[in-house]
Design a protein. Structure first.
Length: 386
């Protein structure tokens, strides 16, 4: 990326593959994703699942034993990925209402910044709705400044400024010591997080990220790019100045049957985070470990692999191994990528995970959209929601 006069040049590929250039107004420097917090019905059991199935490690804890009277939170970590799993005690609390409405799902996408107060002021003056104003938390390990704004649905962004903090996670949390820490499975960092919004609202939220947060449109897909015989969607991928944060925003497009976006919104009861894409350096190892631990993936038809070599050219991986595990491949001008998608990780057909390994590619697997959608439609048909 080139940074000039506080503006960052971002490559943008439109549907024809033609390169375009836009300016991301870098008034909101973001160092990366600080954490993702899920509100869940039983945090203790959810933590066990993410440790066992995903290879996360125990990091921090807050609850009754630490003086927190209204909730319990477990923090898990794998490389640069941190998840908080939070369960409320009060059945009438905001957290309980969120779970009652949405089921288990992402509430907070926290962004690591150098100056949380400035991030809050910059975004609110540009039209963001305040979730909470900046405040400082302290303990014997230093201080952290936090501030929050609303985004699509009931999802929020929290700005986290932690340069003056040396503790395990945040003030109020203690180290979570556990004898049970299954080995990691190679997850490295969050590559992107996808938001599903209602029909007609994609441009509204793309504009929010552009005007309020200084993001740029990296790529746009319309219903000609992402469609099958039955369903379609449209998407705009928004990225911050340094490219560390990427938020595709999806909305349904008109089709013969109910799309995955419409199914998500129906069961989630509104807009929300559809999936979290986590990166790995060895997708075959990671997926093999996932499968050993009971994680289920979308089925990719065997016929998909008949034309992969013609479409993507030479790759280092053995296609027979990729076919065995259902890993898809796509290529752009920068290189290629490998990707696979889990089935939903809770009973409502809402949140799922993408596992991605980039071999230079900066794109999002456009060549795999048709096969992916057909796999999702097969699952919808089994659920009776297509």
């Amino acid at each position: 990326m080139l940074v000039m006069e506080n503006l960052t040049t971002v490559k943008n590929y439109n549907y024809s593959g033609e390169k375009v250039f836009e300016k991301a107004k870098d008034f909101l420097p973001i160092n990366g994703t600080d954490y993702v917090e899920l509100y869940v019905g039983n945090a203790k059991q959810a933590a066990h699942y993410y440790k066992t199935a995903f290879g996360f490690q125990s990091l921090a804890y807050a609850g009754l034993e630490t003086g927190v009277r209204d909730r319990t939170s477990y923090v898990l970590q794998q490389d640069k990925i941190r998840l908080i799993l939070t369960t409320p005690f009060d059945p009438e609390s905001e957290i309980s209402n969120h779970i009652r409405k949405h089921g288990d799902g992402v509430k907070v996408i926290a962004l690591w910044v150098d100056d949380a107060r400035d991030a809050f002021e910059q975004t609110v003056k540009r039209g963001a709705k305040s979730y909470f104003e900046p405040y400082e938390q302290k303990d014997e390990n230093g201080s952290v400044t936090l501030a929050g704004i609303h985004t699509y649905g009931d999802t929020v962004h929290i700005f986290v400024e932690r340069k003056n903090y040396k503790g395990v996670f945040l003030p109020g949390f203690v180290e979570w010591k556990s004898d049970y820490n299954p080995t990691p499975i190679g997850l490295k960092y969050i590559d992107h997080m996808v938001g599903n919004v209602e029909l007609g609202h994609m441009n509204e939220w793309a504009k929010f990220y552009e005007e309020v947060m200084g993001f740029a449109n990296l790529v746009t897909f319309d219903d000609k790019d992402i469609s099958t015989e039955y369903t379609a969607l449209m998407s705009k991928v928004m990225t911050n100045g340094n490219g560390r944060i990427k938020f595709p925003i999806n909305e349904p497009a008109h089709g013969k049957k109910k799309s995955q976006i419409e199914e998500y919104i129906e069961f989630y009861k509104g807009a929300g985070c559809q999936h979290i894409a986590v990166a790995t350096d060895d997708i075959v190892f990671t997926v093999s470990e996932f499968k050993k631990r009971g994680v289920e993936f979308l089925h990719v038809p065997g016929s998909y692999y008949d034309t992969v070599a013609d479409r993507v050219g030479i790759i280092k991986e053995d296609l027979s191994v990729l076919k065995k595990f259902g890993i898809m491949v796509d290529r752009d001008e920068e290189g290629y990528l490998l990707q696979i998608f889990t089935k939903p990780v809770e009973d409502r057909p809402t949140l799922f995970f993408e596992i991605i390994q980039r071999k230079g590619a900066k794109s999002f697997g456009k060549g795999n959209f048709k096969a992916l959608f057909e796999s999702i439609e097969a699952e919808q048909e089994r659920r009776g929601t297509l």
